[in-house]
Design a protein around this ligand. Structure first.
Ligand code: FAD
Length: 290
């Protein structure tokens, strides 16, 4: 993809605040291939001005001349000078993003939306439940816990992928288990003869995982059907609805609550979400027509 060098940093509104509709130029530092269809882009601001963000938030990532897509931030929250996004190639915009070579300039709007607020779990247990690329939005919250590990009691990560080849962040999974005292359980839908690990649904791991539901903050990200079953299983283990948080995906365009593409009854998921408590979501996500 060609570099765009003439673009100035994002414009401002009449109030003097940056205009959230104007993308800021970020340069690709590194593009790491994670799996056959997924890459992690490491971006740095072309103007050198850091972009603070919270785990769970997303940006609108703009491939110039093609379009933009909402993509969660997957990197280390202590590094506001670097922005990582883990992207699966499913269509025109994501194909352009995963093909972006070092030096390419992309546009970034945001960060947008609500965060996981994993710090609310200090003094208790934390359970992360991830399905497929859903591990990417959870990774910053896991890194936040790792950086302050002593403040949390039991920390559990339950992760399901389609096949062993689709497992993301294998080095992290090893370090979190061996170095950081996180109880990591990985399962795949389809494992060939060389796979020695678990086969089956990630939601089944919830039943016997070691955590105390009443003292747990549970953070869940993955396909919506998986999140529904996970939320049910976590509720059955005694996790209170307000301490059970899901990250919701809907088509999004503006990112600032104007266009209505991501509306879920009274909620605009780009500003009220994407991370929402099960106390607010339960009446909505079990209704197929919403
Ligand atoms: C808050 C949020 C965070 C996201 N984070 C990530 C991330 O970290 N990594 C990542 O790879 N993807 C993420 N996505 C999904 C990503 O935005 C879509 O895959 C992307 O917009 C597809 O654009 P495209 O032009 O490549 O494909 P298109 O040609 O537009 O679509 C290809 C296929 O993907 C479906 N699709 C399009 N947009 C979405 C969407 N927003 N949600 C679900 N399905 C969609 C279409 O219905 C179609 O089936 C996130 C989405 C949201 C709303």
């Amino acid at each position: 993809m060609a570099s765009v060098t003439a673009l100035e940093p994002g414009g401002t509104t009449t109030s003097g605040r940056p205009d959230p509709m104007v993308p800021r130029p970020f340069r690709v530092r590194r593009n790491r291939r994670d799996t056959t269809d997924t890459c992690t882009l490491e971006l740095e601001p072309a103007d050198g001005v850091p972009l603070p963000w919270h785990p769970g938030q997303f940006t609108m990532l703009h491939a110039f001349g093609i379009g933009e897509a909402p993509i969660s931030i997957s990197g280390d929250p202590s590094r506001s000078d670097r922005l990582e996004h883990t992207i699966r190639n499913v269509g025109s915009v994501t194909a352009a993003l995963v093909a972006a070579e070092p030096g390419t300039v992309l546009g970034v709007r945001g960060p947008f939306g609500s965060g996981w607020d994993v710090g609310a779990a200090r003094g208790g247990d934390v359970v992360f439940v991830a399905g497929g690329i859903g591990l990417a939005p959870l990774r910053p919250a896991i890194l936040e816990v790792v950086a302050d590990r002593a403040s949390y009691d039991r920390v559990v990560l339950l992760y399901g992928a389609r096949t062993p080849e689709d497992i993301l962040f294998a080095d992290d999974l090893r370090a979190w288990t061996e170095r950081d005292g996180i109880d990591v359980e990985v399962t795949v839908d389809n494992g060939q003869y060389a796979w020695r690990g678990r086969v089956g649904l990630v939601t089944h791991l919830i039943t016997r995982a070691g955590f105390d539901g009443a003292r747990t903050l549970a953070l869940v990200c993955g396909p919506e059907v998986m999140m529904r079953y996970a939320a049910q299983a976590l509720s059955d283990r005694g996790v209170p609805p307000a301490r059970l948080r899901l990250s919701m995906e809907r088509n999004m365009k503006c990112g600032v609550g104007l266009c209505g593409h991501c509306q879920l009854r009274e909620l605009f998921l780009c500003v009220d979400g994407p991370v929402l408590g099960y106390d607010r979501l339960a009446p909505l996500i079990f209704r197929a027509e919403l």
